[in-house]
Design a protein. Structure first.
Lengths: 688, 99
């Protein structure tokens, strides 16, 4: 089974092709094909995971050459190690849940089959991305997931906001991808290979200069910044919530956005070669995390809160990985790698659950605004319960899965007081905004009665995935219990196993932080001990700033988009007036020139040709009188010529004399003629 | 010698004048005969006074007389045909080759 891992991406691809070409008109069948294929992929992934476990995480690589060139050898291949196996599990599990959920959620959509074909294509791309054994192949699938993300965000393209969000996501991530490919090209140029292991060997052996490693690392991280929505390219992810909610759960919470984290983890051997690049990663991560968490505190759109939460959590993971890279580069031990990947896994499950729960709520009340909800737990028991479980998990409450992974991340920051303080602050805010959401949406009195009356529990196809994911949100973290000697940390690790001692102080601290966050939310939004509005009024500038997401969109709009539009306007104007003017002027000139030429042709050239003709005709008209038919006149000419030639021979000036002689003879003849010697001649000149 | 040449020149000039001015085709042929004979006189005279070997000039003159007789036959035949077609032998009327 391990040998055939490369088949895993092809199952969903098969579904994609089948749906696209054959079963598009049979909606039920399309969805069953899609789900069936992803379930096969899930089973296969399970076997791969089992095989990986049984060989104690020994990596397996298999490749075929793709482009062979003396300076660069590219291959298509797979590289299976524990990280890959875990990612395969995450992608296939979440994908299966989301696809099953989508049967209910997308019911009645006019493009139902197409939706499932896109989901299959996405799953294919994501699985391909995960098993790739080189940066080149990674980049191909990286772009494919970007494409499917675009297609799915803009799935309801009739809505302008959805179409715009799709474009925004695509273009924003493209900026990061530009950096990514520059990084890849740097590696190709200096390392001469793109194969992970070969590149990492060159990094470890010191073949690559530290500056090059830093440069390549930072550029490659650009890709992660775009895809994982890190500051300053995070702006697309909240807008991406215009897509169908299951898509948000699958792509924009659990898998694709985690690809950036996966990239950093996968290229960790590169980053540990450069403390600078790693530090930059950690700083970007913590900035993103803090910023997104603060924004999430005040948003009212349920999906946007979750989106900012996702950005925040991704920043958390990136921070952990960056700190690991920096610490390892400086020779310290750090649990960051395990923490980041562990949190990647647990987060995928509970965030997918949160999104699917949110989708269930939206499905029921047809609004995204949590201020219009309230009291829904009475009507949607399963959704509310699972949502609470996921919220507890993300807040980091013992013993749910989020607790263990978050704890690891906090432990990673142990040597960095600033990071530690910020990490705990973020944990506090996470607990607060999640429970603000929970309390506002599910408890208290219905604020909009009409919507509350309409609400109902979702169908089974939607609640089963919720329950399954809730189970994972509770239990997935237990594979990484710090007391386990063969837990997650001894399976997924970078270079050497890091056995962290369970730190009870940290656990206590993070629990206290999480509980106080929940408590504050409880006070404000459940007990309403303090008025949220009064608080917002009191910190109005801060609230406004956060509510408007630090005005980053506006900032981009003013600094980049508007000048760009102005510039394009200018270019349009330039094109319309200067370029077109020039072209038209040249055209006008040519027409004028053609007019001149036509005149010239008509009067000068034709004139010359016709003139020649006229001259010939005039000459002929003149000379034809020589051909007067009179025998004696011809004789006269002959004799005159003879006389002229003789005279010429004698005097050398004969031509004039010849003419003279000839004229004299003509004269003589005329005299003879007119002297009345002929009378009948007039009547014979009939043709005159 | 000079007298012969003068006579020949006078005959030739009379012949030319006749050719150029006569409107009667027979007259023109007669004038041609005059010109031939002017040439014959010249041939004989040159033979006698230049001192050419033998009787080349005289023989040439006799040839010319013979050829002239043949030419006169052809010419008169043409004149006869002209007369049949035109009912006249006035050369001024024979101008259908005019422009």
């Amino acid at each position: 089974m391990l040998e055939n891992t490369y088949l895993i991406p092809f199952y969903p691809l098969l579904a994609f092709v089948a749906i696209l070409f054959f079963t598009r008109w049979k909606e039920r069948l399309s969805s069953y094909i899609s789900i069936g294929m992803v379930l096969i992929a899930l089973v296969h992934s399970l076997f791969v995971l089992a095989a990986m476990l049984s060989r104690h995480g020994l990596p397996m690589e298999k490749a075929i050459p793709f482009i062979t060139h003396p300076s660069l050898h590219l291959e298509l291949g797979m590289y299976i190690d524990p990280l890959t196996a875990v990612m395969l599990m995450i992608v296939t599990i979440v994908s299966s849940c989301v696809q099953i959920y989508s049967i209910g959620y997308m019911h009645g959509d006019p493009r139902y089959s197409r939706y499932f074909s896109y989901l299959s294509l996405f799953t294919f791309s994501m699985l391909g991305l995960v098993i790739a054994n080189n940066f080149f192949m990674l980049f191909i699938f990286w772009e494919l997931v970007g494409l499917t993300s675009y297609l799915l965000i803009g799935f309801w393209f009739e809505k302008k906001s959805a179409a715009d969000a799709g474009k925004k996501a695509f273009i924003t991530t493209r900026i990061g991808d530009l950096g990514f490919i520059i990084g890849i090209l740097i590696l190709a140029a200096y390392a001469g290979t793109l194969n992970y292991q070969q590149v990492f060997e060159k990094v470890a052996s010191g073949v690559l200069a530290p500056g090059i490693i830093t440069l390549a690392g930072i550029f490659i991280f650009c890709g992660a910044v775009g895809k994982s929505a890190q500051f300053p390219l995070h702006v697309w992810l909240p807008d991406a919530m215009e897509g169908p909610t299951p898509v948000s759960a699958l792509i924009h919470a659990a898998t694709m956005v985690a690809a950036g984290v996966y990239l950093v983890a996968r290229a960790m051997s590169l980053f540990v070669g450069s403390a600078e690049a790693s530090t930059a990663i950690a700083v970007i991560g913590v900035i993103t995390s803090l910023m997104a968490a603060t924004i999430a505190l005040v948003q009212n759109d349920i999906k946007r809160i979750l989106a900012y939460s996702t950005v925040s959590q991704l920043g958390y993971m990136i921070m952990a990985l960056g700190l690991y890279g920096a610490d390892t580069a400086l020779g310290h031990h750090s649990p960051g790698f395990v923490a980041g990947t562990f949190h990647l896994m647990t987060h995928a499950f509970f965030k997918a659950l949160l999104f699917l729960g949110a989708g269930s709520v939206i499905h029921a009340v047809h609004t995204n605004d949590i201020q219009d909800m309230g009291g829904l737990s009475k009507k949607m028991k399963i959704t509310a319960t699972t949502f609470f479980i996921a919220s507890l998990s993300i807040a980091g409450i013992f013993p749910l899965s989020g607790f263990w992974s978050k704890d690891e991340i906090v432990a990673t920051t142990a040597g960095h007081p600033v990071f530690m303080f910020l990490a705990l602050t973020i944990a506090f805010m996470t607990a607060f905004y999640m429970f603000r959401l929970c309390f506002l949406a599910f408890t208290g009195k219905p604020r909009v009665q009409e919507k509350y009356d309409h609400a109902h529990e979702s169908p089974n196809t939607m609640t089963w995935p919720l329950m399954f994911l809730a189970f994972l949100s509770i239990g997935a973290g237990w594979v990484g219990l710090p007391w386990l000697s063969h837990g997650f940390s001894s399976f997924v690790y970078h270079e050497q196993i890091h056995h962290s001692e369970p730190s009870y102080i940290l656990m206590l601290a993070s629990t206290v932080v999480a509980l106080s966050g929940i408590g504050l939310a409880y006070m404000i939004y459940y007990k309403q001990r303090f008025s949220a509005d009064a608080l917002a009024e009191k910190f109005k500038p801060l609230h406004t700033l956060l509510y408007n997401k630090y005005y980053i969109d506006e900032f981009y709009n003013i600094v980049i988009i508007q000048p760009l539009l102005k510039f394009t306007d200018f270019l349009w104007w330039f094109d319309a007036h200067i370029i077109d003017g020039l072209v038209n002027f040249v055209g006008w000139l040519i027409i004028k020139w053609a007019d001149i030429k036509q005149w010239f042709d008509q009067y000068i050239v034709d004139g010359a040709v016709n003139g020649m003709g006229y001259a010939c005709m005039a000459g002929a008209r003149l000379f034809r009188y020589l051909q007067n038919g009179s025998l004696q006149f011809y004789t006269l000419i002959v004799i005159g010529s003879a006389v002229g030639l003789i005279i010429y021979r004698v005097t050398s000036r004969g031509f004039i004399y010849y003419l003279l002689g000839a004229s004299i003879m003509v004269l003589i003849r005329s005299i003879i003629r007119t002297s009345g010697m002929e009378k009948a001649s007039t009547e014979t000149n009939v043709q005159d | 010698m000079l007298q012969y040449l003068a006579l020949a020149a006078i005959l030739f000039a009379i012949g030319i004048f006749g050719v150029l001015t006569r409107r009667n085709a027979v007259g023109i042929l007669m004038s041609l005969e005059l010109m031939f004979n002017a040439a014959n006189i010249n041939l004989v005279a040159f033979n006698k006074y230049i001192g050419a070997a033998g009787l080349t000039g005289q023989i040439f003159a006799i040839f010319v007389v013979v050829i002239a007789a043949a030419e006169a036959v052809v010419g008169l035949a043409i004149v006869l045909l002209l007369y049949r077609n035109w009912q006249g032998i006035d050369v001024d009327q024979m101008n259908i080759m005019k422009w």
